[in-house]
Design a protein around this ligand. Structure first.
Ligand code: BES
Ligand code: MN
Ligand code: ZN
Length: 504
């Protein structure tokens, strides 16, 4: 991983020197100061001339590279100078996106120094965050890649006179980036490696961060009456797991803790569809059907890593959905932990069965302040929203608004979808309390209706948000702070939600 450092400003003689530039009102770059001015003077004004010649104004998304400048006092300068635009506001968001785009420009250098003297400490830290997030790579299984094809960047030095303040702004971001990487690693792992048991082991390892981790296997789950989750698991040779993660950052040392906030993730480590088997084309994508759980794990690591002043619980239901000889059949009726029965019409609608039991358990044990569940639940949400928004379903306007706002500020957008009785009717069963599919119309909504039946509001309100992340958990193209592949969608969003509303 790239070493991010905060250093005193000094002109580098190798690697890249980065000049973040805000756009001035007249559309020209703002006057140069600090290292930027120093390098301009040392190159005999070449920097300003090059920027003018390239039409560089400091606009968002703009960049300009000067190759191999020589310094007037003789020696060679850095191997390149890269100016990047931050737009007029030079906001943290703009800096983060610029940092992400910057990675692609400088990854061939070993060392990069960014002249951040004119940036507020939070903006300088955001620039580093963008770069770090974009640098993620899952290369564990590449054994023959040539050295010259690998990214070289080892050290990213942020040159600032306010190093202490920038470092303080960086520490929590760093913890969140670690959480994002944990999530991306889990989602990227192949399904023969990342079985439910293996994923539970990796959760257990996060105890080192101060998280309390419990792992439950088939015996315990049977005892808890998890008929729906176990029904999904029974077609696979891989045993299911449920992992309960607790972070007590608010009540630590105190006697009575406040109600925790709760996050629940769908963790289907591979979804063949079961007996209602999926077509072969693209089935390999179903290795990331545990992305909801991956997000919850990454989030809990982030909260613990930055020592968030909150009590939070994260629960993940881990199963493999396979069509083995003991697999559940279409037509089976299962009894969930809540006591409600489900007629399984389609074994490929398995995620909701897993969530049903875990959601019930979560409320029963923790009586949380609210619950947010995340699941790669339906192909229909991709039809509705493409890859630009997660589908958001909620029984609580305030929580829904907060989640949407948090998503907007970290670039993880959600779009609210409706719930309602008419949709709920679609999952009525002739022989059980409900069936697990509601037909083609509104497929993502009926899935959410199903989950809502396990949100218990009989003894008081239970604010709940369901995020259908099937369209956003994986990216097929490079985005500013998300390289192609597992996105970890939701880690940053929910960390922001907690930071803005539920700490202190
Ligand atoms: N894991 C899938 C949903 C999915 C599909 C995620 C494509 C990502 C990409 C889920 O378990 C599933 O199979 N859903 C079915 C539900 C249907 C049987 C009602 C679907 O969407 O087809
Ligand atoms: Mn499925
Ligand atoms: Zn699935």
């Amino acid at each position: 991983m790239i070493d991010i450092a905060f250093v005193k400003p000094a002109l580098p003689r190798h690697g890249a020197l980065v000049l973040p530039v805000a756009e001035a009102a007249e559309g020209m770059p703002q006057g140069m100061t600090g290292l930027a001015l120093a390098i301009d003077l040392a190159t005999g004004g070449a920097v300003q001339r090059a920027l003018a010649a390239a039409g560089f104004k400091g606009r968002k998304g703009q960049s300009c590279t000067l190759w191999a400048p020589s310094l007037t006092e003789g020696g060679p300068g850095p191997s390149r100078i890269v100016a990047i635009g931050l737009g007029k506001e030079a906001s943290a968001e703009a800096a983060e996106a610029a940092g992400g785009a910057l990675f692609a420009l400088v990854q061939a250098e070993r060392e990069v120094v960014v002249a951040a003297e004119a940036l507020a400490p939070g903006v300088a830290a955001a620039l580093a965050m963008g770069l770090l997030l974009r640098s993620y790579r899952f290369d564990r299984y590449r054994t023959t890649e040539k050295e010259e094809d690998k990214p070289k960047l080892e050290r990213f030095a942020v040159a600032t006179d306010a190093a202490a303040a920038a470092k303080a702004a960086w520490a929590p971001l760093r913890a969140v980036a670690d959480g994002v990487f944990i999530s991306r690693d889990l989602v990227s792992e192949p399904p023969n490696v990342l079985t439910p048991a293996e994923m539970a082991d990796r959760c257990k390892a996060l105890e080192s961060l101060g998280l309390l981790i419990e792992v439950m296997g088939p015996k315990e789950l049977k005892k808890l009456g998890f008929g729906a989750l176990l029904g999904v698991a029974q077609g696979s040779a891989q045993e299911p797991r449920m992992v309960v993660m607790q972070w007590n950052g608010a009540s630590k040392g105190k006697k009575a803790g406040a109600k925790p906030v709760a996050f629940i993730g769908k963790g289907v480590t591979f979804d063949t569809g079961g007996i209602s088997i999926k077509p072969a084309g693209g089935m390999e994508d179903m290795k990331w059907d545990m992305a909801g759980a991956g997000t919850v794990v990454g989030l809990m690591a982030a909260l613990a890593g930055r020592k968030a002043k909150v009590d939070a619980v994260g629960l993940v239901g881990l199963v493999e959905n396979m069509p083995g000889s003991n697999a559940q059949r279409p037509g089976d009726v299962v009894t969930t932990a809540s006591g409600q029965t489900v007629e399984v019409i389609n074994t490929d609608a398995e995620g909701r069965l897993v969530l049903a039991d875990v959601l019930h358990y979560c409320q029963d044990r923790f009586a949380p302040r609210f619950m947010v569940d995340l699941a790669t639940l339906t192909g229909a949400i991709i039809v509705a929203l493409g890859h630009e928004h997660a589908g958001l379903f909620s029984n609580d306007d305030e929580l829904a608004t907060r989640v949407m706002a948090a998503g907007k500020s970290v670039g993880e957008a959600c779009w609210r979808m409706p719930l309602g009785e008419a949709y709920d009717k679609q999952i009525k069963s002739d022989i059980a309390d409900m069936k697990n599919v509601g037909g083609r119309p509104g497929g993502s909504i009926t899935a959410a209706q199903f989950i809502q039946r396990f949100v218990d509001t009989k003894s008081g309100p239970m604010p709940w948000v369901h995020l259908d992340i099937a369209g956003v958990a994986w990216s097929t193209k490079d985005l500013p702070t998300v390289p192609k592949g597992a996105t970890a969608f939701g880690v940053r969003l929910l960390d922001r939600l907690v930071a803005e509303h539920y700490e202190g």
